[in-house]
Every structure is written in structure tokens, then in C-alpha cells.
Design a protein around this ligand. Structure first.
Ligand SMILES: [Zn+2]
Length: 303
């Protein structure tokens, strides 16, 4: 195991320890089972494997990582295989592609602001100098993408536009069915399977990612405010997009949460974009975010 992978494992382990288990509605497991059964029946060789949520820190509820059943998958980690020919929606060469759903928009932000804020978040990860990861922008989807939203009855074509699709803003009821109204955003990871089991064709000890879907909760009030403070009832979109994009690029949650006795609010430490709760605006990466990203991507595409 490379040193970078060891660091990565340590970060994953720490993150997993720090995540408080929150009660999840049975809905989400049923949805995943049904979706996977449909994918199997349709002859597709990908399945939804996990969902990672971030919550409003003011709710005193910490986001979590949900592993779905029936994949025989004990590994938390999944990542993309460089130049994977199975990803027909992938970027050219060893690039990772992304697209932004411009159909499920929020009324909170004017014009195309939300699309540019999401793209700014992607650029922040791409600009990390340790990695030579080319993120390729496939543009706006022009159609309502999203397999999970379709499965829950929230529209969507089920189309896959890119390796990473920001699948838009959905009403609070979608997030209630994921387990909590306090979820700001969620990233679903789909993985490749063969004979019903997840594949690891590059033998790096991680399940191979097929694509990822990101959703944002339109029940919250979104804004552009890099200096957003807790308790004002508004949330900086780029901060949440940066967090979700971290998941999209294979990062797990990081840090532990505890209640601050003075404020009565949850406090996450060490501070990181990849904390499982949103406390304030954070449009730049912090130390552990960069470390996690670099351990994943520094050797790309030769890992
Ligand atoms: Zn998260």
C-alpha cells in the first residue's frame, strides 16, 4: 500500500468514527433495493451503493454515510478507475467529467448564479496542485437528470450525463425520505458490479465508481455568501457544493461532532469542508480536505 493510501485509510477511519448514527427512514433502503432490482432487470452493470449526507449544523444533527444492502460490499471507499471504458459518460482520456442539471433550479438565486457557484466549487478541487486530475465540464444537462429522484417519484429522466452529475434542487420531501428534513445535500455513489458483486478491476482495494449524483435541498434558503454565519437561516451554496464535490471525487466525511455547552450548537473538529455538518460559509479547502484529496488523486492516473 502506498503511503498516500495509508493516509487515506486513516482519514476514512477517523471520519467513520466521528459520524453519529442517525435514524434513517426505511424508505431509502427500500428505494435502493428497488432501484438496484430494476437496474439488474434492465441488464445494467451498475448499482447504487451508498449515500452521504450533510446536515444543517444548527439542527444539532450530523450528516451520515448510508451503505445500501445486497452488494456484499464491506468497503466504504469507492473511486473511479482511470480511463475506465465502462464509463461511456466519462471525460476524454483519464479526465473526470461533470455536468450541472439546469432544470431542477432553486428560486433563491438569480439567473444562472447557482450553476456558476457549483462550477466554482468544482474548480476549487481541480485547482489543488497535488493532483493532475482534469475535470471536464460537459456543460448544463439540458434535461432533468437523476436516477434516485426518479425512483422516489420526483421526476427525472434517469439519464446519466457525466461521471459526476449535480442533479439539481429537489423539494424537502425528497430529503425527508432519505431520513431527515435537515439534510442540505446528498451524494449518491453508483458502483460497477459483475455477477452481482462490486468490481475492483484496478486492484487498488476500492470498489470502482460508475458515476455519482448530487442533490440539493430546496427547502433551505440558498445564498452566495462566503462569510455566511450560523443561525441566519440561509446557506452558502458554494460551500455545500464544495462538500458534495468532495464526495463526488471520492472523499469521505471527516472530523467529529460534539455539542458546545455554551452555544448549545454542534461543533465539528477539526474544521473541514468535509465535516458532515454545515456551520458557516467555507469556500476554500482546509488542511485535511487537501490531504484527503491528494491521497486520492496525486498519483492519478497511475494508481
Ligand atoms: Zn457529506
Amino acid at each position: 500500500m502506498k503511503k498516500a493510501n495509508l493516509l487515506r485509510s486513516a482519514i476514512v477511519a477517523l471520519g467513520a468514527l466521528g459520524i453519529a448514527g442517525t435514524a434513517q427512514a426505511q424508505d431509502i433502503y427500500t428505494m435502493a433495493d428497488e432501484l438496484n432490482a430494476q437496474l439488474e432487470a434492465a441488464g445494467k452493470d451498475y448499482r447504487v451503493a451508498m449515500a452521504e449526507t450533510i446536515t444543517d449544523g444548527d439542527s444539532n444533527e450530523v450528516g451520515t454515510t448510508i451503505l445500501f444492502r445486497n452488494l456484499g460490499n464491506r468497503q466504504l471507499a469507492a473511486d473511479f478507475v482511470p480511463g475506465d471504458p465502462r464509463r461511456v459518460w466519462g471525460g476524454p482520456g483519464t479526465g473526470i467529467s461533470f455536468a450541472v442539471d439546469n432544470i431542477n433550479l432553486t428560486a433563491d438565486l438569480a439567473g444562472t448564479t447557482e450553476l456558476s457557484e457549483i462550477r466554482a466549487a468544482m474548480a476549487t478541487w481541480e485547482n489543488e496542485r497535488c493532483s493532475t486530475l482534469p475535470l471536464v465540464d460537459f456543460g448544463n444537462t439540458g434535461i432533468d437528470v437523476g436516477l434516485v429522484q426518479r425512483q422516489f417519484g420526483f421526476g427525472g429522466t434517469g439519464g446519466i450525463a457525466a461521471d459526476v452529475q449535480h442533479a439539481g434542487f429537489l423539494p424537502p420531501n425528497f430529503f425527508l425520505r432519505l431520513g431527515s428534513a435537515n439534510i442540505l445535500g446528498v451524494t449518491f455513489t453508483f458502483v460497477w458490479v459483475s455477477g452481482g458483486a462490486p468490481t475492483d478491476v484496478d486492484n487498488n482495494g476500492k470498489t470502482d465508481t460508475a458515476f455519482r449524483e448530487i442533490y440539493y435541498n430546496d427547502g433551505f434558503t440558498w445564498e452566495v455568501d462566503p462569510n455566511d454565519v450560523p443561525g441566519d437561516g440561509r446557506f452558502d451554496l458554494q460551500t455545500v457544493a464544495l462538500h458534495e464535490a468532495g464526495h463526488a471525487l471520492s472523499q469521505a466525511h471527516f472530523g467529529t461532532g460534539r455539542i458546545n455547552n455554551q452555544t448549545g450548537r454542534i461543533q465539528l473538529s477539526p474544521q473541514a469542508v468535509m465535516n458532515a455538518g454545515y456551520i458557516f460559509g467555507q469556500q476554500t479547502l482546509l488542511g485535511t480536505d487537501t490531504a484527503g484529496h491528494c491521497s486520492n488523486w496525486a498519483s492519478w492516473p497511475n494508481n
